[in-house]
Design a binder for this molecule. Structure first.
Ligand code: ACO
Length: 629
């Protein structure tokens, strides 16, 4: 065993020129390999796929729609000159249809499916499943994906997936010839071919790390953040990576460092392997074992970070769950020594890593074993209109003029008056009409007259031809009346199980720290004037629970109105429970919104006529013609 690494080194690097690349080799013959921690079962090639996982044709299904990482994958495709998008479909429980995204300059409609099986059925050639569910929800879709015949690789991004769940996923994957990458990973990338989610960082970084075309290095790391750093280093001192994988920072990674090194060993285009380990756990020893067993024939450069842990007098937990200083064998020092003893080229410190990588690469080039990848110029990705406008680079004509209201910013304003001020100053319906139709605040006697007109003309009995009902009944999910029996977590989780988001919860801008003033005003009114606000309180307890998941899952103005409307019906003592159910089911609340919105719609119509706007024709370039859907 002892000589194995040395033979490996001489065979691949030193050649006739002796041990020029790794002064570290001296250590190899002098010290026997350390015993492996008992748990190490590495070196046996547990991963079913023994070569490339990805290619330029690989397509993925993306679980839990997150626009930015999906768009980043498609932008990477464009830089690589792929002809088919790498995201075949999106799985978003409870939803279906499509999302518009850019593929280069063109917009494409990416199909959205409500379940994992339906997505797999629709895209039988997509064999990678990228799971962007939160740690609370990552297990079920990952297992469901592993069970699909078409899926080979499952990538789990979330940090904090329960170890018990991960172990079950790993056991299932191993027994069924599937590959798991993660959890707690940024993913991986095959240069010039396929990118998982956010791997490689910004497009600027992708270009500066030359990830748009394949190089000669196989890279595997525990840390996603450090992968980006290393892609940069590798682009500087080698011809770049062929493939890079971040296995994730958890104690139990779905696939291990050695799984990927053994795979890299079988990929002819990969000529040298770079490994970045971490203190804690025993994963690196499976690589040591594989190397000692002579299973790795390509030069391996390795560094295990966390040597500073020894400077602390007590146990240290670093950022990743698995990066914890434990016994001596789990220390970065012991792992670095063992890797060196097994034949890996190991620097004295991370600072020395780059120079050793360069030396190794240059030696392989000198020996003719690496023909540096030809440089190519990636195409320039068209800039997004929004960012170009923001940067003052382009100007775009608008298609519509509006002078009565403005919905940009934190809250809408009517003729320049923020709607929270309208409530605070007790404006009436006539005042709102005055602002939206006449663009000014008329005196109270005028606005009272407008209100009288509305009151007097509100109905003219059932026999008038124009008096047909326009009750719009768009019921959203389970009605709140019957939810009160459930505690908030049970209600929210019950909705989640049905693939439904709680209506009235969530805001694009507002958050726990930046509350919606309109909601506060409505709630203040309810508290001061209603004899009971139990529905409002229930909504607040739902909000308290959803806020534990994300800070923007606040009760929004629709949710506040809906629950306070129920409180009004319930607490005024003038409606029976049956009548309240009927009012909710028929859609009175929607009627309230339709009535309110009609004032604005009429105002916009007057505004266009006042501005003498010509016949409108929507511009062609603003339409995605997706006739195949
Ligand atoms: N009503 C009720 N609940 C709602 C509503 C609503 N209207 N809207 C959303 N929710 C819930 C969802 O159901 C979900 O619940 P769950 O967590 O119980 O499943 C929750 O809000 C969160 O929303 P999601 O969109 O599902 O998930 P999230 O926004 O948390 O995104 C992700 C998940 C992408 C994994 C994110 O948490 C993340 O990026 N985590 C970090 C991952 C990471 O760091 N990985 C390692 C990288 S590599 C390295 O080394 C750096």
């Amino acid at each position: 065993m002892t000589g194995c690494g040395c033979t490996f080194f001489q065979r691949h690097l030193a050649g006739d020129r002796g041990p020029s690349v790794g002064a570290k080799r001296a250590r190899v013959s002098s010290s026997p390999p350390p015993p492996y921690p008992p748990s190490v079962k590495g070196g046996e090639g547990t991963m079913p796929v023994q070569g490339q996982l990805f290619s330029r044709q690989t397509q993925a299904l993306f679980f839990n729609y997150k626009q930015n990482p999906v768009q980043r994958m498609l932008d990477f495709d464009f830089l690589c000159g792929r002809t088919t998008p790498s995201v075949a479909g999106i799985v978003n429980p409870g939803a279906d249809g499509f999302h518009k995204l850019f593929f280069g300059q063109e917009e494409i409609a990416v199909p959205v499916h409500g379940s994992v099986p339906s997505a797999c059925k629709a895209h039988p050639t997509a064999d990678v499943f990228i799971n962007f569910a939160s740690s609370r929800s990552a297990y079920a879709p990952s297992m469901e994906a592993l069970k699909q015949e078409t899926i080979v690789v499952v990538v789990i991004i979330a940090e904090g997936v329960p170890e018990q769940d991960t172990k079950r996923l790993i056991a299932y994957a191993r027994a069924n010839n599937k590959v798991v990458i993660g959890p707690s990973t940024v993913g991986g990338i095959q240069a010039g071919a396929f990118r998982i989610g956010d791997t490689g960082g910004s497009l600027y970084n992708i270009i500066s790390c030359k990830l748009y075309r394949p190089g000669s290095v196989g890279f595997v790391s525990k840390s996603g953040g450090m992968s980006n750093e290393m892609y940069n280093v590798l682009a500087r001192v080698t011809d770049g990576i062929y493939e890079g994988i971040a296995i994730g920072g958890d104690v139990f990674p779905g696939s291990t460092l050695s799984d990927h090194v053994l795979r890299f060993n079988n990929i002819p285009q990969i000529k040298m392997v770079v490994v970045l380990g971490e203190l804690g756990g025993s994963d690196e020893y499976s690589l040591v074992q594989a190397m000692n067993q002579g299973k790795v024939s390509k030069p391996v450069l390795a560094w295990v970070s966390g040597t500073c842990a020894k400077l602390f007098s007590s146990e240290v937990q670093f950022g990743h769950a698995g990066a914890k200083s434990g016994g001596e064998l789990e220390s970065a020092q012991a792992k670095n020594q063992s890797l060196a003893d097994a034949g890996a080229i190991v620097p004295d410190s991370f600072e020395g890593f780059e120079a050793l990588i360069k030396k190794t690469y240059d030696a392989l080039v000198a020996q003719g074993k690496i023909v540096p990848a030809a440089e190519v110029t990636p195409p320039t990705l068209p800039e997004d209109l929004h960012s170009a406008i923001k940067a003052g680079k382009v100007r775009a004509p608008t298609h519509v003029i509006s002078t009565i209201s403005d919905d940009r910013g934190d809250e809408p304003s009517y003729a320049g008056v923020p709607i929270s001020a309208i409530i605070e100053n007790n404006y009436g319906l006539g005042d709102v009409i005055s602002l939206l139709w006449f663009k000014r605040s008329l005196p109270r006697y005028c606005t009272r007259f407008i209100e009288m007109c509305i009151i007097l003309c509100a109905d003219h009995g059932p026999c008038v031809s124009g008096a047909h009902n326009t009750i719009v009944t768009a019921r959203a999910g389970k009605d709140l009346v019957s939810c009160l029996g459930l505690d908030a977590p049970t209600f929210v989780e019950g909705m989640k199980k049905k693939g439904l988001r709680v209506p009235g919860i969530g805001h694009r801008i507002k958050s726990k720290e930046n509350r919606d003033k309109r909601v506060e005003l409505l709630q203040k009114y309810g508290r001061a004037n209603f004899s009971s606000v139990k529905y409002m309180q229930y909504a607040i307890s739902v909000e308290a629970y959803t806020l534990t998941k994300a800070s923007n899952l606040v009760l929004n103005v629709d949710g506040a109105i809906a629950t306070l409307f129920l409180d009004l019906l319930d607490s005024c003592g003038m409606f029976s429970p049956e009548e309240i159910h009927e009012i909710v089911n028929i859609g009175y609340l929607n009627g309230l919104f339709v009535l309110a919105r009609s004032i604005g719609l009429i105002g916009h119509s007057f505004d266009q006529k006042r501005l003498k706007q010509p016949l409108y024709r929507h511009p062609w370039e603003d339409v995605l013609y997706a006739t195949h859907f």
